[in-house]
Design a binder for this molecule. Structure first.
Ligand code: AMP
Length: 190
């Protein structure tokens, strides 16, 4: 099984690149942000809870997020592997994911970390706000909060996988094709 974590700050290109990788490697794409947004759209209890955090640029609590992710993985018993996009975002989520996948005998194969400078991230998110319809892209204060939360809570997850020898840093600036190629060569080296 090929289980990949696609990692990086908001606006790094995780969603865009996932679409290419899913096709190239026949993996199941699980984006916690997309799943939360689908729940908001469907007006579920989970969506209502998540929305209050997302609109402020804060993380949805770990217990809720971990339970949801595990339920999503369990929906795909025949998967050849997964791309986890936007998860894990805390070291507690990483520890829970490791334990969960260990139990299934299919641990994380590698973490691909897209590196993009902060001014470029803000420019991309401002542009994305024109078409994404996402309230958390449209408000510069919320964008800044998401970047701050990334540094404080999410960046340590890279060290978690570096300690396991699984971290692959990828330059996330350039053409979409060039970045896909960098990701593919990192994956093919795993
Ligand atoms: P994203 O689509 O990955 O940019 O996520 C949008 C928002 O969903 C984040 O700002 C968080 O509020 C929430 N979210 C997504 N994934 C997670 C996660 N793994 N843990 C906690 N909150 C999350």
């Amino acid at each position: 099984m090929l289980n990949l974590v696609l990692f990086g700050p908001p606006g790094a290109g995780k969603g865009t690149q996932s679409a290419f990788l899913v096709e190239a490697y026949a993996l199941v794409h699980l984006s916690t942000g997309d799943i939360f947004r689908a729940n908001i759209k469907g007006q579920t209890d989970l969506g209502q809870l998540a929305q209050s955090y997302m609109n402020q640029g804060k993380l949805v609590p770990d217990d809720v997020t971990i339970n949801m992710l595990e339920a999503e993985v369990n929906k795909h018993p025949d998967a050849k592997g997964f791309i986890f996009d936007g998860f894990p975002r805390t070291t507690a989520q990483a520890a829970a994911l490791d334990a969960f996948l260990e139990g299934r005998g299919a641990p994380i194969s590698g973490m691909l970390s897209l590196e993009v400078p902060e001014d470029e991230l803000k420019a991309r998110l401002t542009k994305r706000a024109e078409t994404s319809g996402r309230p958390d892209d449209a408000d510069p204060a919320v964008v800044q909060k998401r970047i701050d939360v990334y540094h404080a809570e999410t960046a340590p997850v890279a060290a978690h996988y570096a300690a396991q020898g699984k971290l692959h840093a990828i330059n996330g600036v350039g053409s979409l094709e060039d970045i896909t190629e960098r990701l593919r060569s990192a994956i093919d080296s795993i």
